[in-house]
Write a protein that binds this ligand. Structure first.
Ligand SMILES: NC(=O)c1ccc[n+]([C@@H]2O[C@H](COP(=O)([O-])OP(=O)(O)OC[C@H]3O[C@@H](n4cnc5c(N)ncnc54)[C@H](O)[C@@H]3O)[C@@H](O)[C@H]2O)c1
Length: 274
């Protein structure tokens, strides 16, 4: 059901790769809610071509931009400025670690890959916000959201160097949220989403077991990509105007759990078998 929450709002959505992507769901919902936006992804991701189907369905265009390249981001914002004048929302839904992809463990990281992880997955958020601010492209009370994961704050085995990137990403939301809020009334938040079966998600070793564990551990169960998109829409809407500099958990309660009754029963049973 649509509520017209984004009627008249314009934006940029980074990171829709295929129909499993969280950004894909956000684009569909934003369109349903009356927004107009540009879709963007890295040139390599464009080759798969699926994003063009999404663009068609949302009556928009795709602009290629590598989030680790300043000139690409500047070019993207110039196109957005020509098209819309000012904009109201930006979704940063970008993550990539070559260490994870190549199966390197946290105590054997390749430092060139580590740099790339931080650049693509965290510094790109700063880059996007800085260019937006320098070009003064955001309307007052505009909203910028990035997606993160609880491993930024608690150790979750195997999330690897992405945990460090997400910690930096969350910090950028606070540091820039202060500056952009004070000067232009633009809010910046991160949403800490449940593990979700997407292309990036399936790169995390043991994601099936993790999904099962967090689903059972969370009183409300894991949050889906669609539910995450709903939450993003509320943050882009005028209903959350005073929410900024926050890391907002969207995980069915997982992040505040220690031990559930069910997990304790299973744990006790496994001890009896020893
Ligand atoms: N899937 C999960 O379990 C999960 C949980 C919490 C947070 N997140 C975060 O959600 C966001 C979206 O991931 P997803 O799960 O939808 O997976 P996804 O693979 O669909 O999206 C990741 C996107 O990052 C893009 N990307 C990679 N390198 C880029 C670059 N250099 N420039 C521009 N774009 C680039 C990819 O092309 C892709 O579209 C990521 O930040 C991810 O870390 C995912």
């Amino acid at each position: 059901m649509a509520y017209n929450l984004l009627k008249g709002k314009k934006g940029i959505i980074f990171g829709a790769l295929n129909n499993m992507s969280i950004a894909w769901k956000v684009a569909e919902k934003a369109y349903e809610e009356g927004a107009e936006f540009i879709l963007t992804n890295a040139p390599v991701a464009m080759r798969f071509g699926e994003i063009n189907e999404l663009a068609k369905a949302c009556n928009t265009e795709v602009v290629s931009a590598d989030a680790s390249k300043l000139e690409d981001i500047e070019n993207l914002f110039e196109i957005a400025e020509k098209k819309y004048g000012k904009i109201d929302f930006i979704l940063h839904s970008i993550g990539m670690s070559l260490n994870v992809r190549k199966g390197l463990k946290y105590d054997e990281l390749n430092y060139d890959y580590y740099h790339k992880t931080m650049d693509i997955s965290a510094m790109s958020f700063h880059r996007v916000i800085q260019v937006a601010k320098q070009k003064d492209i955001m309307n007052e009370w505009g909203s910028i959201v990035a997606l993160t994961y609880v491993a930024a704050q608690r150790t979750l085995f195997r999330y690897n160097d992405m945990a460090d990137a997400k910690a930096m990403l969350e910090s950028i939301a606070r540091s820039f949220g202060y500056i952009y809020g004070r000067e232009k009334k633009v809010r910046i938040n991160t949403i800490s989403q449940s593990p979700t079966m997407t292309t990036a998600g399936s790169g995390v070793k043991g994601i099936d077991n993790l999904l099962d564990f967090t689903d059972r551990m969370s009183p409300l169960g894991n949050a889906t990509a669609e539910e995450c998109a709903d939450y993003c829409i509320t943050l882009f809407s005028d209903l959350t105007k005073k929410v900024t500099m926050q890391n907002l958990f969207h995980d069915g309660g997982f992040s505040n759990m220690g031990m559930s009754e069910r997990a304790m029963t299973v744990y006790n049973k496994s001890l009896e078998q020893e």
